[in-house]
Design a protein around this ligand. Sequence first.
Ligand code: PMV
Length: 364
Amino acid sequence: MIVWQINNSSTVLSNTLNFAIVKSITWKCPSNIALVKYWGKKEGLQLPANPSLSFTLNQCHTVTTLSFSEKEDDNTLLVSFAFDGKRMPSFEPKLEKFFKNAESMFPFLTRYLIEINSTNTFPHSSGIASSASGMAALALCLCSMEQEISGSVSGGDFYEKASNVARIGSGSACRSVYGPLTLWGETEHFAGSSDLHSVKIDLFHPVFKNYRDAILIVESGEKEVSSTAGHALLKDHPFSMARYDEANNNLKKLLKVLQNGDLKAFTDIVENEALMLHALMMTGETPYILMHPNSLAIIKHVWKGRKENGLHLTITLDAGANVHLLYPEEEEDKAVEFIRNELLQYCLNGQVIYDKTGEGPLQL
Ligand code: PMV
């Protein structure tokens, strides 16, 4: 297990922390899949260039336990982090940056020794982004720690602060603190929306309550270009302004669809968003392609298949090769049969994660 001693600008490895645990907090937090994508940032600390909207998932989640004990000095931040009981050097730069930014929101942190243990319920090698569920789980643990120490969280509502803190770790993570539908980013189309935190969408058509998401695993391992680099490439992208306009238009249309349950319009908007995200990657100054030939094969089969079987199958993509296949609960049996017969052949080792929309995080 790694132990950091985070000083102002440097991270120093020291010995494993051995302390009598005073208190432990555990949160289980799901990942999410964006329907309108966040892609590109404004000036500031992780602020979105356009509003985004997502389904919160149910099966793909991170479980994080934060344990803390008071220490003698209060001038250094001492944190240990283990993933599946092991040190994870690839997570450390992101966590270090997160803690440096989060310190001002939790000024008491330097008074404690903090041990964090995290694990995912989905395979780490499946290529599913775990930063959304991981950062949100950590933010929820820190808010619970503050509540434990001070009796309440500073700056207002518990979940609002957790979302705000999660955003600092990973933008899309701020949408994981509520389920099943959340919106992040200020927009005139949704009252109370903010760039700082997500908001829960309370009223929606019942068809979206248990919407299915079959995640078709095409590729595993690290992405060639990180999301951080991808967001940065939008800054000088020739289509960025048109993209932000389109995202706002799609958001407006999708908010209407979430009320009226028009599944044909849902497919049109969600697929337009997914393909635009990947088109932006291919058309910037430094072009790159994250789709795999099997991602395209799946998309083409879904488009052909749904014309024949009439199912409401919708594809979407994250910044990666895996394809999320969305469909309503009532069509589950036929959709699963279609996946088995037509799509499994394109999945890495036949891997599919059958997930659905969920109610959000849970303190254990
Ligand atoms: O939260 P980040 O910085 O990993 O960016 C996520 C970006 C997308 O997954 C592509 C879209 C989204 O809104 O989740």
